[in-house]
Design a protein around this ligand. Structure first.
Ligand code: PGA
Length: 255
């Protein structure tokens, strides 16, 4: 972490929680994070957005969706557009999560289209990148991650870049209980920052929030968050328990 940058802890609820459970979980989280010194976001299923917006009104918790389509409207059964999200007051959206890439045919190009559409609608984006274990073992992590970043940001202006957070999530660490070591996480977050400096400039790179994600929990959060290039976390499993999520938020507030 670095004093120049915002530290952001975001929950990614994935396909969990009904609207009623959303209200309940947020009511549990709220009093535990009132003194946080970091930004807090919860990204929830579409059907839970209304409940999340209501439950977090007037608090320090922001709300995000887990994906959005690149067209504003049209014959795209089952999809939700960025303008539909912004119309109800959603502020953030996750794009390019590895589960979208792995299970739903998301490619670097569709990620780029979704990023652009979200930014056009004034949403803030949490852009996910990450390598598979085979790719790490092959020694191509750096090339792959920098390519994912470059393609996803194709056509994004300097001004719009300020609304992007990048989350480095090694696929082998997501939901597996296997966390990248603090050194591995920091090395790839630093590489992403270097890529941003190459694409834009060093000032924008220095100001960008780059999160680590992949089995972050209350126990390992501090070690990961104290790394110089790790500016927060994107948290799946542990974001569904108020005590775990708030412990991570509080760890981030202390680094
Ligand atoms: P995890 O998920 O914390 O359960 O590993 C992280 C993510 O997928 O964003």
């Amino acid at each position: 972490m670095n004093q120049l940058r915002k530290i952001v802890i975001a929950g990614n609820w994935k396909m969990n929680q009904t609207p009623a459970q959303t209200t309940q979980l947020l009511n549990e989280i709220k009093p535990l994070v009132t003194d946080a010194c970091c930004d807090i976001i919860v990204c929830v299923p579409y059907i839970d957005l209304h409940a999340a917006l209501q439950a977090t009104e007037g608090t320090n918790i922001r709300v995000g969706a887990e994906n959005c389509h690149w067209e504003q409207r049209g014959a795209f059964t089952g999809e939700i557009s960025a303008s539909m999200l912004s119309s109800i007051g959603v502020e953030y959206v996750i794009i390019g999560h590895s589960e979208r890439r792995t299970y739903f045919g998301e490619t670097d190009i569709t990620v780029q289209k979704r990023v652009r559409a979200a930014l056009d609608e004034k949403l803030k984006v949490i852009l996910c990148v990450g390598e598979y274990l085979e790719q790490r073992e092959q020694g191509i992590t750096e090339e792959l991650i920098s390519m994912q970043v470059k393609i996803a940001l194709g056509g994004v202006s300097e001004e719009k870049l300020e609304r992007i957070i990048i989350a480095y999530e090694p696929v082998w660490a997501i939901g597996t209980g296997k966390t990248a070591t603090a050194e591995q996480a920091n090395a790839v977050c630093a590489l992403i920052r270097h890529t941003i400096a190459e694409l834009y400039n060093q000032n924008l790179a220095n100001a960008m929030t780059i999160q680590y994600g992949g089995s972050m929990n209350a126990k390992n959060a501090r070690e990961l968050l104290t790394q110089p290039d790790v500016d927060g976390g994107l948290i799946g499993g542990a974001s569904l328990k108020a005590s775990e999520f708030s412990a991570i938020v509080n760890a981030a507030s202390q680094v």
